[in-house]
Each structure stands twice: as structure tokens, then as C-alpha cells.
Design a protein around this ligand. Sequence first.
Ligand SMILES: [Fe+2]
Ligand SMILES: [Fe+2]
Length: 382
Amino acid sequence: MGYLATTNFFEDREFVDKWLYTIRTGELDLSWMKAGTEKVRPHVENPRRGLIYRDINLGSYGVEAIPEKVRLNRSFAPRGAEIPEGVPDAQPWVSRKSELWAHNTDGYYEEAVTRQWNATTDIPWDRLEGVELPEAAGKALSQLMTFLTEVEMIATDTPATWLPRLNPDFIEVKAFIAAQVMDEARHTEVFRKRALTTGFGLMKASPMNEMALKHLRDADSFSEMSVALHLVAEGNVLTLFRFSEYLSPTDVDKKIFRLVMQDEARHVGYGMQHFKWVLEHFPQKREILHGHLDEAENISFAGGAATELTESFIVLAGGGLKRENIEKGVRITTAFQLKQMQEHFERLEKCGMPERSSVDRSKLWAMFEMGKAAAAEAGIRF
Ligand SMILES: [Fe+2]
Ligand SMILES: [Fe+2]
């Protein structure tokens, strides 16, 4: 029969009889007590920190036990459990370690758990009461927050989409991704709250930004998603948050950006470690990663240079709409955009891909060179 499982348990005589038989007789099966699994004794390395994932990284339960291609576990069985006949094939899409592994993934997860903050109570929202921003700056801040809310919602959806597709043997990666989803939900929340507390409501959605975000969500593989999201997009966002903190009109905004930056640095950390791990362990994948970067850089360039973002930055940085304000705003915003590109290439270099910093390899590098020349001509230093 075609049913959700191979058996319809309500109609399975044997199954129902066994249930009733146990109730009547108290006779137990107890075969689970003979599971042929490893006995271990985890030790708390640091009592102040508690029992962390690394402390239970032991023998057949540890990460070293995971082969490059996981073929023995395709069910929902936890790594190290005895897997009997009859478990379903959960059809995970990602069962290769090289697709998602990164040094210190468990550490990023533990950090996410210990550094959780609360967008409702950790931000002194009451201090914004009675704060009236000038119209141009207020609208620009709200536009920036609208843009960021748009970004963070896809940053929530994208990793969440991949969670059930990852083989259950990759527990630490799944935990990290789940924690990231929670971080991004909190970012969506804090930016939405700040947009509405400006008094100007939300401003306008950005087609360019949404095109870029769609690319993240629609990546064909986890590794491609990670290159585009963790390494490229969130790398850019990290620079953006730093500049936003610098441009923040109030201390409350500064605090918001400091807190989101802390989370974002962790997401980028995982992305860099994954990228590095693939380059080190699978040098034959280098060209594939270049291919992912070709697309991700194109799209992130579009999102980063979107009118709704660039102009809100210019107005915030310049402090108004007068000619001298705009000139100042353009100077600061251009410096930010160039810095963002520079830091992207620095990250790639740190991960072991210095050859990306070349016009022959990267169209974004060509844009960076063009942008630098235009900035130099306009007397803009960065
Ligand atoms: Fe975020
Ligand atoms: Fe993030």
C-alpha cells in the first residue's frame, strides 16, 4: 500500500496485539538494551564552561568518525546509535562532509548559545521616546532599516531551507545553522522595530536587493549557498554594519549594530572556515568555488549598490539634502563601498584564494579598480 509509512499502524493486527499484550502481561522485548554501541565517559574539560560538544567528541560519537561520504546513515538516527533494519530513508540531499564541514563549527554553535541577546529587552528602546530625527535623516535611517529587514528575512529563510536536507550525522553543522536561523530572526525583529520607532514607518522595498537575495535562497548546493551567504553576502553585511554603527544617529542605534555585528562575525567565521576547509582538503574543487564566487560577487555587487541602500547611506552620512551634505555623504559612502570590496578580497586571501584579486579572475575586482580610479579622480580617499 502507498501510505506515509510502509505500515498503517492502526490496521496492523500484529502491532496492535503486541501493544495490548505488553499492557496485559508486562512482558518486555528489551532488545534495545543490547545495542552494540560504544560506552564512553565524557569529561567536563572546563567546569565554568560546562559540558560542551567538544567534550563529547569521543570515538564513534565524534566528528572524526564521519566519513567523507556518509552512506551508512540516511535515517534520522543520531550519530553513534545502533541503526536497525526498518528505519526510513530520510533522503538527505547533503551527505558529503566536503559540502559543509568547517573547522570549529561546534565552537561557533556554543558561542551562539552563550551570546544570545534579546531584541526586546537588551535594547534601551525607552531612550528613543521623544527623540525626533530631522526628516531626511529619519527617513534615511528608516530606509536603511527597511533594507536590512528585507535582507535578514532571507538570511533567516535560506539556512532554514537547508536544515532538513543535511544528513543527520552532521549534528554540529545542523546546530550551528539552527542557531543562525534564530540569530537572523532576531535581526529581522530588531531592524523592524527600529524602522517603526523612527516615526516614519517603513520605507521602500528594493528590487535589486531582492534579486540578490533570491540568488541566496535558490543556490543549487549547500556549499554554493554557504559561499554566497556566509562568505560573500554576510561578509559585505559585516562591513555594512560597521559603517552603520559609525553613522548611527543615536546610542541606541550603535548598540543595535554592535549586537548584530557580533552574530554576523560568527556567521562569516563559519563561512570562511568552510571555504578554507574545502580548499585545503579538496583542492580539485577550487575552480568550482571560483564559479560560485563569479555569481555571488555579481549579485552582491547589485545588492550593495542598490539605490535604496546607497542613497540612504549618502543622506545619513551627509546629514541632510543640501549640496554640501550630499557631497560629504557621497565621499563617506564611496569609501564604505570600496572598503566593502577590499575586505571581501582580503577575506578570500585569508582563506587561501589570493588569485581572486585580479581583473582576469574577478569582475568585482575590475569594479573595485574602476571605483578606486573614480574615487581618486573625485578626491575621495578610503
Ligand atoms: Fe543577520
Ligand atoms: Fe548573518
